[in-house]
Design a protein. Structure first.
Length: 356
């Protein structure tokens, strides 16, 4: 039997020891241990030889048992509220990119904006001894949850939304400034009746958007203010546009909570026989890949989901390495990507850097 041929009797793999692997690979037991712990101290050819022996002998590394012996598991829990939203796909890709460089992996959970469901996931992640949590808090989350996680000695980085009182670790985008950029651009295009569509006030990301909307209208001295609360889905945008367009006076421009609402609004305008960008300007938020591919292409506030994910993961790793260090807020600057849906030629408008 060659070295790379697995043993036919699966029962034998249960009794394979590190010493067996060491003998098979012609290395010391400590070298095998270093390979299993993914230590950079092992030469690459030696690592491959040990890995071939592990495969040949059918050895399965019990990472859970190893975690009980050590202090870290090289895992992070990630809890978001809407995994179906492409924004979160991009954000999780950023998280995984940053974690992969450090030998970490993530466990992803979808809370569906339910605090009870979120709690179950967090308790399960605690059982699996994750080294930290990246949490986009579900709507209605009790602020005391952050204290609970601290009592569990699990570092928590809040992402996009935040609860509780600062200081806390947080990574996100300046939503208030992003909406301000959109309003500034629309006013420069001659719009005076600008509505805001979508969102619920129960979490910080919506409050910051609405604050940016009201502040920008006040800054430009505009009396018209129309803010419709809704879900943040295509269906909501599609359903609410006829309501707005039936009003007198109707808005000439709409800023949307996210791109999904904006996509629905564009479709709703077409169903009414209106031309987006000419009869009513539409601006979304997030600048998803689909935004540039629509007809018309959607003007959108870029919130950098991939970069937010990377920053959140790096912040978590720093906190794991230094549990008692000063809390950090990493807030990325938004960018307005101008396209046809607002009736202007394509361009890019950036805010001053607000990362802290």
């Amino acid at each position: 039997m060659s070295q790379d041929t697995p043993r036919p009797d699966s029962r034998a793999s249960r009794s394979v020891t590190l010493q067996d692997i060491a003998a098979h690979a012609g290395v010391s037991r400590s070298t095998v241990s270093l390979v299993l712990r993914e230590s950079p101290l092992v030469a690459e050819d030696t690592r491959r030889r040990v890995q071939r022996s592990i495969k040949a002998l059918g050895y399965v590394y019990n990472r859970g048992a190893a975690a009980l012996r050590g202090r870290r598991t090289a895992t992070l829990g990630v809890v978001v509220y809407d995994i179906a939203n492409p924004f979160f796909g991009a954000m999780v890709a950023g998280i995984d990119a940053a974690l992969n460089r450090e030998g970490y992996v993530s466990f992803l959970a979808n809370s569906e904006d339910s605090p009870a469901r979120q709690q179950r996931f967090l308790e399960r992640m605690r059982e699996h001894r994750v080294d930290g949590i990246l949490l986009c808090p579900a709507q209605g989350t009790d602020p005391r949850l952050i204290d609970t996680l601290a009592s569990w000695q699990i570092p928590c980085i809040q992402v996009l939304r935040h609860i509780g009182e600062p200081p806390f670790d947080y990574a996100g985008t300046d939503f208030r400034r992003g909406v301000g950029l959109a309003i500034d651009h629309l006013v420069a295009q001659g719009h005076e009746r600008i509505a805001f569509l979508g969102g619920h006030i129960e979490h910080s990301a919506t409050r910051e958007r609405w604050q940016g909307y009201r502040e920008a209208l006040a800054r430009h001295g505009l009396a018209y203010q129309r803010l419709l609360r809704s879900d943040v889905t295509r269906r909501a945008g599609f359903a609410l546009i006829p309501v707005l367009m039936a009003e007198s006076p109707a808005p000439t421009a709409v800023v949307c909570h996210n791109d999904l609402v904006a996509f629905g609004a564009l479709l709703g305008l077409k169903r009414l026989g209106r031309v987006p960008g000419r009869d009513c300007a539409v601006i979304g938020t997030d600048d998803l890949e689909e935004a540039a591919l629509g007809d018309p292409a959607l003007t959108s506030i870029a919130t950098h989901p991939h970069a937010v994910g990377e920053e959140a993961a790096r912040l978590a790793l720093r906190r794991i390495g230094n549990p008692d260090g000063a809390r950090e807020l990493v807030v990325l600057s938004p960018r307005l990507q101008v396209r046809d849906s607002c009736g202007a030629h394509a361009s890019t408008l950036e805010s001053p850097v607000t990362t802290t």
